[in-house]
Design a protein around this ligand. Structure first.
Ligand code: SF4
Ligand code: SF4
Length: 325
């Protein structure tokens, strides 16, 4: 009969296991607490308590310090067919460029080494559906990062019901559709009818009317002027937990940096995770509201309430979180 030999490593693991489990439970309870707070009671800012500086420091140092980004957003292409008044594209376009497929694969493969489960978002200020490679990009991320959440932000000008299903088939989990005309475009109307017919698709399609008077806007790092811009929380910015990459591989401060002026480094020269870790001490300061960069001091409209409102969806029987943009 086979004799099982107790390896020393196993004994240590057995001893440590209950503590690890308790740590995990404590961590998930705290995280759920933050997520639940996202369900904002009427007229109340649910993140008021998170804005307590001591809590934030503890939250970062205990829970977030060693974590991967909540979202990895990258500029798949820098072109947009629109010039919305509340977008820096209205004044100036980004330099024309496309994220190289091999650089993208290098990024995704690296995230796979860490079993990344966060958001993959192929957006900066370009329209991703203008890029014919979108299916290929999505399929690759879906295959290599099966637990990630693939989210596409689109103006829907190149979307139809058929295209929607194709992209879902490729692996997209969520579409954040921006309505930029007072009257919804034909594509948005078609998708709204689809949701009416199949309410469960409401989890996958989220339509936001950017022309609405009640829509709160960001100043895009001080580049935009609009009456609907709200002021940023002085107590800290949650955007620091997201990684934003330009098409040429620069890891920049955040998606507000349209001009890509605040650069931590480039993933052509360094591994992404290495670069992300190097940026964390600066990100911590931003998270705590110690804004040293001019862009942060002029930034508006990024209270935690706006940037980190979380809801959840059910995918393959598993409950996953969705963060609004
Ligand atoms: S808001 Fe969106 S659709 Fe409008 S110009 Fe900017 S990137 Fe394009
Ligand atoms: S405060 Fe700084 S890091 Fe945060 S969104 Fe504004 S510019 Fe970006």
């Amino acid at each position: 009969m086979h004799q099982f030999v107790k390896k020393p490593g196993r004994i240590i693991f057995r001893w440590a296991y209950p503590y690890l489990i308790r740590y995990k439970i404590l961590r998930s309870v705290l995280e759920e607490f933050v997520a639940i707070a996202g369900g904002c009671p009427k007229g109340k800012d649910p993140f008021e308590w998170v804005q307590n500086r001591r809590f934030r420091r503890l939250y970062w140092d205990v829970l977030l310090k060693h974590r991967l980004p909540l979202a990895v957003e990258f500029e798949m292409n820098s072109l947009c067919n629109r010039r919305c008044s509340y977008c820096p594209n209205v004044h100036q376009a980004r330099p024309k460029g496309f994220l190289d497929l091999s650089l993208y694969k290098k990024l995704i493969d690296e995230l796979a080494l860490y079993k990344y489960r966060g958001y993959i978002i192929p957006n900066f200020y370009g329209e991703p559906l203008l890029d014919e490679r979108i299916d290929q990009f999505v399929q690759y991320a879906r295959k290599v990062l099966p637990s990630s959440i693939i989210l596409i932000n689109t103006n829907a000008d190149f979307l139809s019901v058929d295209r929607f299903y194709q992209l879902v088939e490729a692996g997209v989990d969520i579409f954040l559709i921006s309505q930029h005309d007072p009257t919804p475009s034909a594509a948005i109307q078609e998708l709204s009818r689809l949701i009416d017919k199949h309410p469960n698709l409401g989890e996958k399609i989220n339509i936001v009317n950017w022309t609405s008077a009640s829509r709160v806007l960001s100043s895009r790092g001080g580049l935009i002027d609009d009456d609907r811009i709200a002021y940023m929380s002085k107590t800290g910015c949650f955007r620091s937990r997201r990684a934003t990459l330009t098409f040429d591989g620069d890891l920049i401060i955040c998606c507000e940096d349209f001009l890509a002026e605040y650069i931590y480094g480039n993933i052509n020269d360094q591994d992404f995770i290495q670069l992300w870790k190097l940026s964390l001490s600066h990100r911590r300061e931003i998270f705590l509201g110690n804004y040293t960069e001019p862009i942060c001091r002029t930034c508006a409209g990024l209270s935690p309430l706006l940037s980190e409102r979380e809801t959840s969806i059910r995918r393959s029987g598993e409950q996953v979180r969705v963060v609004g943009c």
